[in-house]
Design a protein around this ligand. Structure first.
Ligand code: ATP
Ligand code: MG
Length: 451
């Protein structure tokens, strides 16, 4: 294993990687204000305040990461990250509205109303073994809390296009790793030796596919080659971190494209192993369409500014494993409602070993599932109660998705559509009247399988 620190030479051209590509970090390429399109009018007022305050206090301050990348691409940045040589405590002294967060990396969050600007002190290179603040286990960085120089900060970033620094002191862009050229040729290129970089942090495999989908960039062959293999190490990443990553993969507006890439590179199964296995089945057309419709639906809601929740997303992604479990339980004689209840708990318990799903969401996911057999069958007096339940809307949307995916629930979906839209009189006329012998029939129908 190579020690990054050993590859640096503090002054001369510094070799970062030895294998596939001669990737050196030399004197940075400085692009003056006149030669790039970043205008301060497109930077948030909060980020500008942070940059100027740091600069006035005598520190270096740069905008970096997705903010710079997106501005150069003439897109609207999601948020702004700042890098500085000020240490967290020094940052805190400059801003009243500042909180220090993070254990693995100490960061400052500076808040301006709803905007939070993330301010990170330049980070040093990660070492193989060593002291408490600087630790790798089997090549994976588990602690990385050593401050460094701007150059060191640059080489530990992931992709060259995420490694462009906008310098508030003179409005130039500082490019150590060829990020400008890669932006022009729409290429995602890991900085340094790709295998090492994926090993240090397997989440970079997810980031590669997320950016490829979101930006429509190609992944440079040297970075693409080891990606699928490296993604197997995602199993060593804490489920809570993977939950955050899954939200970025699927809840930022291009989830369908991202999902296709995750499947193409065999990465999806490392996140959702049971769903992945179900989707591999040649016969799983309906299950595939369910995921496809759910993700397309999520993307279009985001495009329209409508809210989306991880609870619904997980309900859709885990639907096929759940459905199969429910079917097996019902075949063994368990009533449908109980089967949904138990299978829901089981499927989620197995899934959260890979990607966490906080309880506040999983409770809703299970409610969405548990309401499915009720929506499929209940056309009687209880329909009004169901309609007033907090989770009705989500469960109904879920039923619609199932119908669109080709499950045999179109009639039920249509009934609920009409029922909701109807006034009191219409609703009453739609309700099935209790019949003689109803109890017996209901009990028998309970045993009939719900898809
Ligand atoms: P987005 O538009 O999704 O916010 P981003 O590139 O800003 O994209 P962030 O997660 O906000 O992504 O990270 C900010 C920057 O921090 C990145 O651009 C990159 O330079 C660096 N970074 C983030 N995650 C990693 C990682 N796992 N390894 C190395 N560098 C990283
Ligand atoms: Mg960002």
């Amino acid at each position: 294993m190579v020690l990054y620190a050993a590859l640096f030479d503090a002054h001369n051209s510094k070799k970062l990687c030895s294998q596939d590509r001669d990737c050196t970090i030399g004197e940075p390429h400085i692009i003056p204000r006149s030669a790039h399109n970043i205008s301060r009018s497109n930077i948030s007022s909060g980020a500008l305040k942070v940059l100027y305050t740091l600069n006035k206090a005598g520190y270096e301050a740069y905008l970096v990461g997705g903010g710079v990348r997106d501005l150069l691409l003439e897109a609207i940045p999601k948020d702004f990250d700042v890098a500085t040589n000020a240490h967290p405590e020094e940052i805190r002294k400059l801003f009243r509205n500042c909180r220090l967060i993070g254990r693995r990396f100490r960061l400052a969050h500076v808040r301006f109303g709803r905007e939070v600007v993330e301010v990170a002190t330049f980070r040093g290179a990660a070492a193989d073994v060593g002291d408490e603040d600087h630790l790798k286990i089997n090549g994976r960085i588990v602690r990385d809390n050593v401050y460094g120089t701007l150059e060191e900060d640059a080489v530990r970033r992931d992709f060259s296009i995420n490694c462009l620094y906008y310098n508030i002191a003179n409005f130039s862009v500082v490019d150590f790793t060829g990020g400008m050229d890669d932006l022009k040729s729409r290429t995602l290129r890991l900085i340094g030796d790709p295998e090492t970089r994926y090993r240090e942090d397997p989440v970079r495999t997810l980031r590669a596919l997320r950016f490829a989908a979101k930006l429509g960039f190609r992944i440079d062959p040297a970075s693409e080659g080891p990606l699928a293999r490296a993604a197997a190490d995602l199993e060593n990443i804490p489920p809570a971190r993977l939950f955050e990553e899954v939200l970025k993969l699927f809840m930022e507006g291009c989830s369908w494209k991202t999902f296709e890439l995750l499947r193409r590179y065999g990465v999806f199964g490392h996140l959702f192993p049971e769903t992945g296995a179900c989707l591999d089945d040649d016969e799983a057309d309906v299950a595939r369409r369910m995921v496809e419709r759910a993700l397309e639906n999520t993307d279009s809601r985001i495009a329209q500014g409508k809210p989306v929740t991880p609870a619904f997303l997980f309900a859709a992604l885990l639907w096929e494993p759940l459905r199969q479990d429910v079917e097996a339980m019902i075949a063994r004689g368990m009533p449908a409602f109980q089967a949904y209840d138990l299978a829901g708990l089981d499927v989620i318990a197995r899934q959260v070993e890979h990607v966490a799903l906080p309880k506040r969401f999983s409770v809703i996911t299970r409610e969405i599932w548990e309401m499915q057999p009720r929506l499929e069958r209940q056309r009687g007096a209880r329909a009004k109660q169901i309609l007033s339940r907090a989770r009705f809307r989500a469960a109904y949307d879920f039923l619609l998705l199932r119908a669109e995916a080709g499950e045999p629930v179109a009639e039920a979906a249509e009934w609920w559509t009409r029922f909701q839209e109807g006034d009191e009189v219409e609703q009453n006329s739609m309700l099935e009247k209790p019949k003689r012998g109803r109890r017996r029939r209901r009990r028998r129908s309970k045993r009939r399988v719900t898809q």
